[in-house]
Design a protein around this ligand. Structure first.
Ligand code: DON
Length: 559
Protein backbone atom coordinates (compact mmCIF):
# COMPACT_ATOMS: atom_id res chain seq x y z
CA UNK A 1 0.00 0.00 0.00
CA UNK A 2 2.76 2.40 1.03
CA UNK A 3 4.57 1.63 -2.26
CA UNK A 4 1.49 2.67 -4.20
CA UNK A 5 1.39 5.86 -2.18
CA UNK A 6 5.03 6.59 -3.14
CA UNK A 7 4.26 6.03 -6.76
CA UNK A 8 1.28 8.37 -6.62
CA UNK A 9 3.35 11.07 -4.95
CA UNK A 10 6.15 10.70 -7.46
CA UNK A 11 3.92 10.57 -10.49
CA UNK A 12 1.99 13.62 -9.37
CA UNK A 13 5.19 15.72 -9.33
CA UNK A 14 7.49 16.47 -12.25
CA UNK A 15 10.36 14.80 -10.37
CA UNK A 16 10.29 11.47 -12.19
CA UNK A 17 10.94 13.14 -15.47
CA UNK A 18 14.60 13.28 -16.46
CA UNK A 19 14.62 17.02 -16.25
CA UNK A 20 17.73 19.17 -16.24
CA UNK A 21 16.01 21.41 -13.70
CA UNK A 22 17.65 21.41 -10.28
CA UNK A 23 15.55 20.44 -7.28
CA UNK A 24 15.77 22.75 -4.25
CA UNK A 25 15.45 21.99 -0.57
CA UNK A 26 15.97 23.54 2.87
CA UNK A 27 16.62 20.56 5.12
CA UNK A 28 17.58 17.39 3.28
CA UNK A 29 18.03 15.87 -0.15
CA UNK A 30 18.72 12.51 -1.85
CA UNK A 31 19.62 12.14 -5.51
CA UNK A 32 19.97 8.62 -6.89
CA UNK A 33 19.48 6.44 -9.97
CA UNK A 34 16.07 5.27 -8.69
CA UNK A 35 13.18 7.54 -7.74
CA UNK A 36 11.87 4.86 -5.35
CA UNK A 37 15.23 4.60 -3.62
CA UNK A 38 15.51 8.39 -3.30
CA UNK A 39 12.02 8.38 -1.78
CA UNK A 40 13.11 5.68 0.69
CA UNK A 41 16.04 7.82 1.85
CA UNK A 42 13.88 10.91 2.14
CA UNK A 43 11.22 9.01 4.13
CA UNK A 44 13.83 7.96 6.68
CA UNK A 45 15.29 11.48 7.02
CA UNK A 46 11.80 12.99 7.40
CA UNK A 47 11.14 10.44 10.15
CA UNK A 48 14.06 11.97 12.08
CA UNK A 49 17.02 10.10 10.60
CA UNK A 50 20.24 11.92 9.73
CA UNK A 51 21.99 11.84 6.32
CA UNK A 52 23.73 8.53 7.11
CA UNK A 53 20.38 6.92 8.02
CA UNK A 54 19.01 8.33 4.74
CA UNK A 55 22.00 7.02 2.78
CA UNK A 56 21.78 3.51 4.26
CA UNK A 57 18.02 3.40 3.52
CA UNK A 58 18.70 4.57 -0.06
CA UNK A 59 21.42 1.95 -0.55
CA UNK A 60 19.26 -0.96 0.68
CA UNK A 61 16.36 0.31 -1.49
CA UNK A 62 18.67 0.53 -4.53
CA UNK A 63 19.49 -3.17 -4.00
CA UNK A 64 15.76 -3.77 -4.66
CA UNK A 65 14.85 -1.13 -7.26
CA UNK A 66 18.06 -0.82 -9.29
CA UNK A 67 19.53 -4.35 -9.43
CA UNK A 68 22.16 -3.70 -12.12
CA UNK A 69 24.30 -1.85 -9.58
CA UNK A 70 22.42 -1.40 -6.32
CA UNK A 71 23.36 -4.50 -4.39
CA UNK A 72 23.81 -6.74 -1.38
CA UNK A 73 26.36 -8.93 -3.21
CA UNK A 74 28.83 -6.20 -4.19
CA UNK A 75 30.84 -3.47 -2.49
CA UNK A 76 31.46 0.25 -2.45
CA UNK A 77 32.96 3.32 -0.86
CA UNK A 78 31.36 6.05 1.21
CA UNK A 79 32.66 9.44 2.21
CA UNK A 80 30.89 11.30 4.98
CA UNK A 81 31.25 14.79 6.39
CA UNK A 82 29.81 14.80 9.88
CA UNK A 83 27.86 17.78 11.22
CA UNK A 84 30.89 18.60 13.43
CA UNK A 85 33.09 19.02 10.34
CA UNK A 86 35.07 15.76 10.52
CA UNK A 87 35.38 13.89 7.20
CA UNK A 88 35.61 10.07 7.24
CA UNK A 89 35.60 7.40 4.55
CA UNK A 90 34.42 3.80 4.70
CA UNK A 91 35.97 1.23 2.38
CA UNK A 92 33.53 -1.66 1.95
CA UNK A 93 35.18 -2.96 -1.20
CA UNK A 94 35.02 -6.69 -1.93
CA UNK A 95 38.07 -8.82 -1.02
CA UNK A 96 39.74 -11.65 -2.90
CA UNK A 97 38.73 -14.99 -1.31
CA UNK A 98 41.45 -16.72 0.78
CA UNK A 99 41.97 -19.29 -2.00
CA UNK A 100 42.65 -16.61 -4.66
CA UNK A 101 46.03 -16.53 -6.39
CA UNK A 102 47.87 -14.24 -8.76
CA UNK A 103 47.39 -16.35 -11.88
CA UNK A 104 43.97 -17.82 -11.14
CA UNK A 105 42.49 -16.50 -14.40
CA UNK A 106 45.36 -17.73 -16.61
CA UNK A 107 45.73 -21.07 -18.37
CA UNK A 108 48.89 -23.20 -18.19
CA UNK A 109 50.45 -21.14 -20.96
CA UNK A 110 49.85 -17.90 -19.15
CA UNK A 111 46.97 -16.75 -21.33
CA UNK A 112 43.84 -15.18 -19.92
CA UNK A 113 40.95 -17.68 -19.78
CA UNK A 114 38.15 -15.82 -21.51
CA UNK A 115 35.29 -14.58 -19.28
CA UNK A 116 36.54 -16.35 -16.13
CA UNK A 117 37.14 -13.09 -14.24
CA UNK A 118 33.89 -11.51 -15.46
CA UNK A 119 31.23 -14.14 -16.09
CA UNK A 120 31.64 -17.06 -13.69
CA UNK A 121 31.20 -17.95 -10.03
CA UNK A 122 34.97 -17.44 -9.72
CA UNK A 123 34.60 -13.77 -10.70
CA UNK A 124 33.09 -12.80 -7.34
CA UNK A 125 34.98 -11.20 -4.50
CA UNK A 126 33.65 -11.54 -0.96
CA UNK A 127 30.83 -8.98 -0.78
CA UNK A 128 31.30 -5.88 1.39
CA UNK A 129 28.09 -3.91 0.98
CA UNK A 130 26.07 -5.25 3.90
CA UNK A 131 28.94 -4.94 6.37
CA UNK A 132 29.63 -1.46 5.05
CA UNK A 133 26.07 -0.20 5.34
CA UNK A 134 25.66 -1.61 8.84
CA UNK A 135 29.02 -0.21 9.94
CA UNK A 136 28.03 3.23 8.63
CA UNK A 137 24.70 3.03 10.42
CA UNK A 138 26.09 1.78 13.72
CA UNK A 139 28.84 4.38 13.77
CA UNK A 140 27.16 7.54 12.54
CA UNK A 141 23.47 6.80 12.03
CA UNK A 142 20.81 7.48 14.64
CA UNK A 143 18.17 4.88 13.78
CA UNK A 144 18.11 1.06 13.92
CA UNK A 145 18.77 -1.29 11.02
CA UNK A 146 15.12 -2.39 11.32
CA UNK A 147 13.94 1.16 10.71
CA UNK A 148 16.20 2.03 7.77
CA UNK A 149 15.80 -1.28 5.95
CA UNK A 150 11.98 -1.22 6.19
CA UNK A 151 11.36 0.67 2.90
CA UNK A 152 13.60 -1.82 1.05
CA UNK A 153 11.75 -4.80 2.51
CA UNK A 154 8.43 -3.19 1.55
CA UNK A 155 9.60 -2.59 -2.01
CA UNK A 156 10.85 -6.17 -2.36
CA UNK A 157 7.75 -7.69 -0.77
CA UNK A 158 5.01 -5.57 -2.31
CA UNK A 159 6.82 -5.01 -5.62
CA UNK A 160 6.58 -2.06 -7.96
CA UNK A 161 5.73 -1.55 -11.62
CA UNK A 162 8.72 -1.85 -13.94
CA UNK A 163 9.76 1.31 -15.75
CA UNK A 164 10.60 1.26 -19.45
CA UNK A 165 14.29 1.41 -18.55
CA UNK A 166 14.26 -1.57 -16.13
CA UNK A 167 12.08 -3.74 -18.41
CA UNK A 168 14.51 -3.01 -21.27
CA UNK A 169 17.51 -3.92 -19.10
CA UNK A 170 15.94 -7.17 -17.89
CA UNK A 171 15.12 -8.24 -21.44
CA UNK A 172 18.69 -7.62 -22.48
CA UNK A 173 20.43 -9.25 -19.52
CA UNK A 174 18.15 -12.32 -19.53
CA UNK A 175 20.00 -13.57 -22.60
CA UNK A 176 23.14 -13.92 -20.48
CA UNK A 177 21.38 -15.70 -17.59
CA UNK A 178 20.26 -19.01 -19.20
CA UNK A 179 22.58 -21.16 -17.12
CA UNK A 180 21.57 -19.61 -13.81
CA UNK A 181 18.11 -20.72 -12.63
CA UNK A 182 18.07 -18.25 -9.72
CA UNK A 183 18.69 -15.39 -12.14
CA UNK A 184 16.04 -16.50 -14.64
CA UNK A 185 13.54 -16.82 -11.77
CA UNK A 186 14.30 -13.33 -10.49
CA UNK A 187 14.44 -11.47 -13.79
CA UNK A 188 11.68 -13.09 -15.83
CA UNK A 189 8.24 -14.64 -15.60
CA UNK A 190 9.40 -18.29 -15.90
CA UNK A 191 11.70 -17.38 -18.76
CA UNK A 192 9.29 -14.92 -20.40
CA UNK A 193 10.63 -11.36 -20.28
CA UNK A 194 8.88 -8.78 -18.14
CA UNK A 195 7.23 -5.86 -19.91
CA UNK A 196 7.14 -2.22 -18.88
CA UNK A 197 4.39 -1.75 -16.32
CA UNK A 198 4.51 -5.36 -15.04
CA UNK A 199 4.56 -5.53 -11.26
CA UNK A 200 7.91 -6.90 -10.07
CA UNK A 201 8.04 -8.63 -6.67
CA UNK A 202 11.17 -10.16 -5.07
CA UNK A 203 9.98 -12.39 -2.18
CA UNK A 204 13.34 -14.17 -1.75
CA UNK A 205 15.23 -10.88 -1.57
CA UNK A 206 12.64 -9.63 0.94
CA UNK A 207 13.44 -12.68 3.14
CA UNK A 208 17.19 -11.97 2.89
CA UNK A 209 16.57 -8.34 3.87
CA UNK A 210 14.40 -9.51 6.78
CA UNK A 211 17.25 -11.72 8.03
CA UNK A 212 19.50 -8.64 7.95
CA UNK A 213 16.84 -6.60 9.77
CA UNK A 214 16.67 -9.28 12.45
CA UNK A 215 20.34 -10.22 12.91
CA UNK A 216 22.34 -7.33 11.39
CA UNK A 217 25.56 -8.43 9.61
CA UNK A 218 25.06 -12.02 10.84
CA UNK A 219 21.86 -12.06 8.79
CA UNK A 220 24.09 -11.96 5.70
CA UNK A 221 27.58 -13.22 6.61
CA UNK A 222 26.40 -16.17 8.75
CA UNK A 223 23.39 -18.49 8.97
CA UNK A 224 20.91 -19.03 6.15
CA UNK A 225 22.07 -16.29 3.74
CA UNK A 226 25.71 -17.39 4.06
CA UNK A 227 24.68 -21.03 3.52
CA UNK A 228 22.78 -20.03 0.35
CA UNK A 229 25.83 -18.12 -0.96
CA UNK A 230 28.06 -21.15 -0.34
CA UNK A 231 25.53 -23.49 -2.04
CA UNK A 232 25.60 -21.13 -5.04
CA UNK A 233 29.42 -21.14 -5.02
CA UNK A 234 29.39 -24.95 -5.03
CA UNK A 235 27.05 -25.06 -8.04
CA UNK A 236 29.61 -23.14 -10.11
CA UNK A 237 33.04 -23.84 -8.56
CA UNK A 238 33.20 -20.44 -6.91
CA UNK A 239 35.90 -19.53 -4.39
CA UNK A 240 34.02 -17.82 -1.54
CA UNK A 241 33.83 -19.89 1.66
CA UNK A 242 31.97 -19.50 4.97
CA UNK A 243 35.27 -18.30 6.45
CA UNK A 244 35.67 -15.61 3.78
CA UNK A 245 32.18 -14.36 4.62
CA UNK A 246 32.66 -14.48 8.39
CA UNK A 247 36.02 -12.65 8.10
CA UNK A 248 34.84 -9.77 5.90
CA UNK A 249 35.39 -6.35 7.47
CA UNK A 250 34.95 -2.87 6.06
CA UNK A 251 37.70 -0.37 6.92
CA UNK A 252 37.57 3.26 8.01
CA UNK A 253 40.26 5.18 6.12
CA UNK A 254 41.60 8.71 6.22
CA UNK A 255 40.23 10.66 3.26
CA UNK A 256 42.51 12.03 0.57
CA UNK A 257 42.50 15.79 0.93
CA UNK A 258 43.56 18.37 -1.60
CA UNK A 259 43.08 22.09 -2.20
CA UNK A 260 41.90 23.44 -5.55
CA UNK A 261 41.57 27.19 -6.00
CA UNK A 262 40.73 27.59 -2.30
CA UNK A 263 38.22 24.74 -2.11
CA UNK A 264 38.94 21.67 0.04
CA UNK A 265 38.40 18.51 -1.98
CA UNK A 266 37.95 15.19 -0.12
CA UNK A 267 38.14 11.86 -1.96
CA UNK A 268 38.51 8.10 -1.47
CA UNK A 269 41.97 6.75 -0.66
CA UNK A 270 43.22 3.41 -2.03
CA UNK A 271 42.05 0.78 -2.76
CA UNK A 272 40.19 3.36 -4.82
CA UNK A 273 42.30 5.32 -7.25
CA UNK A 274 39.58 7.98 -7.39
CA UNK A 275 40.63 10.48 -4.74
CA UNK A 276 44.32 10.35 -5.64
CA UNK A 277 43.70 10.85 -9.37
CA UNK A 278 41.12 13.61 -9.00
CA UNK A 279 43.49 15.55 -6.73
CA UNK A 280 46.54 14.84 -8.91
CA UNK A 281 44.79 16.03 -12.08
CA UNK A 282 43.44 19.15 -10.34
CA UNK A 283 46.94 19.89 -9.04
CA UNK A 284 48.41 19.62 -12.53
CA UNK A 285 45.82 22.02 -13.96
CA UNK A 286 45.65 24.58 -11.16
CA UNK A 287 48.16 27.04 -12.54
CA UNK A 288 46.27 27.33 -15.85
CA UNK A 289 43.35 29.68 -16.37
CA UNK A 290 40.71 27.17 -17.44
CA UNK A 291 37.94 29.73 -17.04
CA UNK A 292 39.57 31.99 -19.63
CA UNK A 293 40.06 29.06 -22.01
CA UNK A 294 36.30 28.47 -21.92
CA UNK A 295 34.16 25.37 -21.51
CA UNK A 296 34.55 22.94 -24.40
CA UNK A 297 37.43 24.84 -25.99
CA UNK A 298 40.22 22.83 -27.62
CA UNK A 299 42.69 24.43 -25.21
CA UNK A 300 40.75 23.36 -22.11
CA UNK A 301 40.15 19.82 -23.45
CA UNK A 302 43.83 19.51 -24.37
CA UNK A 303 44.97 20.64 -20.92
CA UNK A 304 42.69 18.16 -19.13
CA UNK A 305 43.53 15.28 -21.47
CA UNK A 306 47.26 15.79 -20.96
CA UNK A 307 46.82 15.85 -17.17
CA UNK A 308 44.60 12.72 -17.34
CA UNK A 309 47.16 10.90 -19.52
CA UNK A 310 49.89 11.33 -16.91
CA UNK A 311 47.67 10.55 -13.91
CA UNK A 312 46.32 7.29 -15.42
CA UNK A 313 49.88 6.19 -16.26
CA UNK A 314 50.66 6.65 -12.57
CA UNK A 315 47.51 4.69 -11.66
CA UNK A 316 48.70 1.63 -13.61
CA UNK A 317 52.05 1.62 -11.83
CA UNK A 318 51.44 2.89 -8.34
CA UNK A 319 47.89 2.13 -7.22
CA UNK A 320 46.51 -0.92 -5.42
CA UNK A 321 45.37 -2.08 -1.97
CA UNK A 322 47.56 -0.16 0.56
CA UNK A 323 47.62 -3.16 2.96
CA UNK A 324 49.53 -5.12 0.29
CA UNK A 325 51.46 -2.50 -1.63
CA UNK A 326 53.21 0.66 -0.58
CA UNK A 327 51.13 3.21 -2.50
CA UNK A 328 52.98 6.56 -2.72
CA UNK A 329 49.92 8.65 -1.86
CA UNK A 330 51.86 11.60 -0.46
CA UNK A 331 53.76 11.85 -3.73
CA UNK A 332 50.74 11.46 -6.00
CA UNK A 333 48.75 14.17 -4.24
CA UNK A 334 51.64 16.60 -3.76
CA UNK A 335 51.57 19.92 -5.62
CA UNK A 336 55.35 19.88 -6.27
CA UNK A 337 55.08 16.39 -7.71
CA UNK A 338 52.21 17.56 -9.95
CA UNK A 339 54.31 20.46 -11.19
CA UNK A 340 57.23 18.12 -11.92
CA UNK A 341 54.96 15.53 -13.56
CA UNK A 342 53.36 18.20 -15.77
CA UNK A 343 56.56 20.10 -16.56
CA UNK A 344 56.68 18.63 -20.09
CA UNK A 345 53.12 19.77 -20.86
CA UNK A 346 53.01 21.61 -24.16
CA UNK A 347 49.92 23.84 -24.51
CA UNK A 348 50.00 23.44 -28.29
CA UNK A 349 51.00 19.84 -28.88
CA UNK A 350 49.73 16.49 -27.66
CA UNK A 351 52.15 14.04 -26.07
CA UNK A 352 52.03 10.37 -27.01
CA UNK A 353 50.94 7.85 -24.40
CA UNK A 354 53.73 5.48 -25.51
CA UNK A 355 56.22 8.15 -24.45
CA UNK A 356 54.57 8.80 -21.09
CA UNK A 357 55.68 6.33 -18.41
CA UNK A 358 54.81 6.40 -14.73
CA UNK A 359 56.16 9.28 -12.66
CA UNK A 360 58.57 8.99 -9.75
CA UNK A 361 59.79 11.31 -7.01
CA UNK A 362 62.57 13.71 -7.82
CA UNK A 363 65.38 13.40 -5.24
CA UNK A 364 65.43 17.16 -4.64
CA UNK A 365 61.73 17.36 -4.08
CA UNK A 366 60.26 17.93 -0.59
CA UNK A 367 57.71 15.92 -0.25
CA UNK A 368 41.88 6.73 -5.63
CA UNK A 369 25.77 3.64 -8.85
CA UNK A 370 26.55 6.81 -7.06
CA UNK A 371 24.12 8.72 -4.86
CA UNK A 372 24.41 11.86 -2.78
CA UNK A 373 22.62 12.70 0.46
CA UNK A 374 22.55 15.87 2.53
CA UNK A 375 20.89 16.88 5.75
CA UNK A 376 21.71 19.62 8.24
CA UNK A 377 25.46 19.85 7.62
CA UNK A 378 25.97 16.11 7.17
CA UNK A 379 27.10 15.11 3.66
CA UNK A 380 27.20 11.54 2.29
CA UNK A 381 28.58 10.46 -1.08
CA UNK A 382 28.27 6.71 -1.68
CA UNK A 383 29.25 4.79 -4.79
CA UNK A 384 28.49 1.10 -4.94
CA UNK A 385 28.74 -1.59 -7.59
CA UNK A 386 28.64 -5.20 -8.73
CA UNK A 387 31.30 -4.14 -11.29
CA UNK A 388 29.63 -5.07 -14.61
CA UNK A 389 25.97 -4.27 -15.02
CA UNK A 390 24.17 -7.06 -13.06
CA UNK A 391 27.62 -8.28 -11.88
CA UNK A 392 28.40 -11.81 -13.04
CA UNK A 393 24.61 -12.22 -13.78
CA UNK A 394 24.35 -14.92 -11.08
CA UNK A 395 21.54 -14.61 -8.55
CA UNK A 396 22.17 -16.63 -5.40
CA UNK A 397 19.36 -19.19 -5.58
CA UNK A 398 16.65 -18.70 -2.92
CA UNK A 399 18.38 -15.56 -1.63
CA UNK A 400 17.29 -13.26 -4.49
CA UNK A 401 20.43 -11.13 -4.97
CA UNK A 402 23.14 -10.90 -7.60
CA UNK A 403 26.86 -11.56 -7.13
CA UNK A 404 29.63 -9.19 -8.18
CA UNK A 405 32.36 -9.86 -10.76
CA UNK A 406 34.75 -7.47 -9.08
CA UNK A 407 37.77 -9.85 -9.33
CA UNK A 408 38.20 -8.46 -12.87
CA UNK A 409 39.25 -5.14 -11.31
CA UNK A 410 42.51 -6.79 -10.27
CA UNK A 411 45.30 -6.80 -12.80
CA UNK A 412 44.67 -10.43 -13.76
CA UNK A 413 47.69 -10.34 -16.05
CA UNK A 414 50.38 -7.67 -16.02
CA UNK A 415 49.79 -4.93 -18.61
CA UNK A 416 46.65 -6.62 -20.01
CA UNK A 417 43.63 -4.34 -20.30
CA UNK A 418 40.56 -5.23 -18.18
CA UNK A 419 36.94 -4.60 -19.23
CA UNK A 420 37.48 -0.86 -18.83
CA UNK A 421 40.69 -1.08 -20.90
CA UNK A 422 42.82 -0.03 -17.93
CA UNK A 423 46.01 -1.91 -17.23
CA UNK A 424 47.79 -2.65 -13.98
CA UNK A 425 50.89 -4.26 -12.56
CA UNK A 426 52.34 -5.56 -9.29
CA UNK A 427 50.49 -2.96 -7.17
CA UNK A 428 47.16 -4.46 -8.22
CA UNK A 429 48.09 -8.15 -8.60
CA UNK A 430 45.71 -10.72 -7.02
CA UNK A 431 46.48 -11.96 -3.48
CA UNK A 432 44.29 -13.65 -0.86
CA UNK A 433 42.23 -11.14 1.12
CA UNK A 434 43.41 -8.22 -1.00
CA UNK A 435 41.06 -5.52 -2.29
CA UNK A 436 41.02 -4.90 -6.06
CA UNK A 437 41.81 -1.38 -7.28
CA UNK A 438 38.79 0.80 -7.98
CA UNK A 439 38.02 4.02 -9.82
CA UNK A 440 34.99 4.79 -7.67
CA UNK A 441 35.27 8.36 -6.49
CA UNK A 442 32.63 9.57 -4.07
CA UNK A 443 33.80 13.15 -3.50
CA UNK A 444 33.02 16.10 -1.22
CA UNK A 445 34.07 19.73 -1.60
CA UNK A 446 34.00 22.32 1.16
CA UNK A 447 34.20 26.08 0.86
CA UNK A 448 35.42 28.02 3.87
CA UNK A 449 35.01 24.82 5.88
CA UNK A 450 31.31 24.58 5.01
CA UNK A 451 29.48 21.98 2.85
CA UNK A 452 29.62 22.91 -0.84
CA UNK A 453 29.45 19.92 -3.20
CA UNK A 454 28.60 16.19 -3.02
CA UNK A 455 29.36 14.24 -6.19
CA UNK A 456 30.44 10.92 -7.72
CA UNK A 457 29.47 8.67 -10.62
CA UNK A 458 29.45 5.18 -12.11
CA UNK A 459 31.36 4.49 -15.35
CA UNK A 460 34.43 2.35 -14.58
CA UNK A 461 37.60 4.22 -15.43
CA UNK A 462 35.54 7.26 -16.59
CA UNK A 463 34.30 7.84 -13.04
CA UNK A 464 37.40 9.83 -12.18
CA UNK A 465 37.18 12.18 -15.16
CA UNK A 466 33.41 12.61 -14.70
CA UNK A 467 33.93 13.78 -11.11
CA UNK A 468 36.79 15.98 -12.27
CA UNK A 469 34.58 17.71 -14.86
CA UNK A 470 31.75 18.35 -12.36
CA UNK A 471 34.30 20.04 -10.09
CA UNK A 472 35.94 22.07 -12.87
CA UNK A 473 32.55 23.08 -14.35
CA UNK A 474 31.51 24.53 -11.01
CA UNK A 475 34.77 25.97 -9.68
CA UNK A 476 36.39 27.15 -12.92
CA UNK A 477 33.40 27.81 -15.17
CA UNK A 478 31.05 29.03 -12.44
CA UNK A 479 28.24 26.73 -13.59
CA UNK A 480 25.04 25.89 -11.74
CA UNK A 481 24.69 22.29 -10.54
CA UNK A 482 22.34 21.45 -13.43
CA UNK A 483 24.73 22.70 -16.12
CA UNK A 484 27.78 21.24 -14.40
CA UNK A 485 26.19 17.77 -14.32
CA UNK A 486 24.20 17.84 -17.60
CA UNK A 487 26.72 19.03 -20.15
CA UNK A 488 28.55 16.41 -22.26
CA UNK A 489 31.84 14.98 -20.98
CA UNK A 490 35.06 13.63 -22.41
CA UNK A 491 37.67 11.19 -21.11
CA UNK A 492 41.27 10.10 -21.61
CA UNK A 493 42.99 7.32 -19.61
CA UNK A 494 46.55 7.20 -21.01
CA UNK A 495 45.99 3.81 -22.68
CA UNK A 496 44.40 3.43 -25.13
CA UNK A 497 45.65 6.79 -26.41
CA UNK A 498 42.17 8.00 -27.29
CA UNK A 499 39.77 10.80 -26.40
CA UNK A 500 36.28 9.41 -25.73
CA UNK A 501 33.47 11.97 -25.71
CA UNK A 502 29.73 12.09 -25.11
CA UNK A 503 27.39 12.81 -28.02
CA UNK A 504 27.65 16.48 -29.07
CA UNK A 505 30.51 16.77 -26.55
CA UNK A 506 33.17 18.04 -28.96
CA UNK A 507 32.21 20.22 -31.92
CA UNK A 508 33.62 19.30 -35.39
CA UNK A 509 35.88 22.36 -35.51
CA UNK A 510 37.16 21.70 -31.99
CA UNK A 511 37.98 18.14 -33.08
CA UNK A 512 39.98 19.57 -35.96
CA UNK A 513 41.98 21.81 -33.62
CA UNK A 514 42.70 18.87 -31.31
CA UNK A 515 43.85 16.75 -34.27
CA UNK A 516 46.22 19.51 -35.33
CA UNK A 517 47.65 19.53 -31.81
CA UNK A 518 48.52 15.85 -32.30
CA UNK A 519 45.67 14.02 -30.59
CA UNK A 520 45.44 10.88 -32.64
CA UNK A 521 42.28 9.00 -31.81
CA UNK A 522 38.71 10.05 -31.03
CA UNK A 523 35.65 8.00 -30.22
CA UNK A 524 32.08 9.00 -29.49
CA UNK A 525 30.98 7.07 -26.38
CA UNK A 526 28.77 4.23 -27.54
CA UNK A 527 27.23 3.34 -24.20
CA UNK A 528 23.94 4.64 -22.77
CA UNK A 529 23.25 8.31 -22.97
CA UNK A 530 26.74 9.58 -22.46
CA UNK A 531 29.54 9.31 -19.94
CA UNK A 532 28.71 8.93 -16.25
CA UNK A 533 25.69 9.47 -14.03
CA UNK A 534 26.80 12.12 -11.57
CA UNK A 535 23.92 12.57 -9.14
CA UNK A 536 25.13 15.60 -7.23
CA UNK A 537 24.14 18.11 -4.57
CA UNK A 538 25.43 21.67 -4.04
CA UNK A 539 24.92 23.77 -0.93
CA UNK A 540 25.20 27.55 -1.23
CA UNK A 541 23.92 30.15 1.25
CA UNK A 542 21.93 27.45 3.10
CA UNK A 543 20.08 26.55 -0.10
CA UNK A 544 20.38 22.92 -1.16
CA UNK A 545 20.26 22.44 -4.92
CA UNK A 546 20.65 19.04 -6.52
CA UNK A 547 20.13 17.16 -9.70
CA UNK A 548 19.55 13.65 -10.94
CA UNK A 549 21.97 13.33 -13.85
CA UNK A 550 19.55 13.64 -16.79
CA UNK A 551 21.40 10.92 -18.73
CA UNK A 552 19.41 8.26 -16.87
CA UNK A 553 16.20 7.94 -14.86
CA UNK A 554 15.98 8.39 -11.11
CA UNK A 555 15.17 11.45 -9.02
CA UNK A 556 16.50 14.18 -6.79
CA UNK A 557 14.03 14.65 -3.94
CA UNK A 558 14.21 17.27 -1.21
CA UNK A 559 12.29 18.85 1.64
O1 DON B 1 35.50 -0.15 -8.94
C1 DON B 1 35.55 0.15 -10.13
O2 DON B 1 36.29 1.00 -10.57
C2 DON B 1 34.62 -0.55 -11.11
N1 DON B 1 34.30 -1.86 -10.59
C3 DON B 1 33.41 0.30 -11.31
C4 DON B 1 32.42 -0.34 -12.26
C5 DON B 1 31.52 0.64 -12.89
O3 DON B 1 31.56 1.80 -12.63
C6 DON B 1 30.59 0.09 -13.89
N2 DON B 1 29.70 1.13 -14.30
N3 DON B 1 29.41 1.76 -15.13
Amino acid sequence: MKVLLYLLVLLSTPLLAASPEAIYGKTGMVTSRSALASAAGLEIMKAGGNAVDGAVATAFALAVTYPSAGNLGGGGFAIVRLANGKVVTLDHRETAPASASRDMYLDSEGNIIKNLSTASHKSSGTPGSVDGLITLLETYGSLSIKQVITPAIRLAEEGFPLSHDLARQFKKVLKKMDQYPGSVKTFSKNGVPYEEGDFWRQPELAKTLERIALSGRDGFYKGKTADLIIAEMQRGNGEITLNDLANYKSIWREPIRGMYRGYEIYGMPPPSSGGALVIQILNMMESYDISAMGFGSAKAIHLMVEAERRAYADRAEHLGDPEYYDVPIAMLTDKHYAAHRFADFDPDNASKSEDVGAGHWLDESSETTHFSVYKEGMMVALTTTLNSSYGNKIVVQDAGFLLNNEMDDFSIKENSPNQFSVIGREANAIAPGKRMLSSMSPTLALKDGQPFLITGSPGGSTIITTVLQVIVNIIDHGMSIEDAVSLPRFHHQWLPDRIIYGKYGISPDTLEVLKKMGHIDFKEASWGRGIGDANSIMITDSVISGIKDPRNEGAALAY
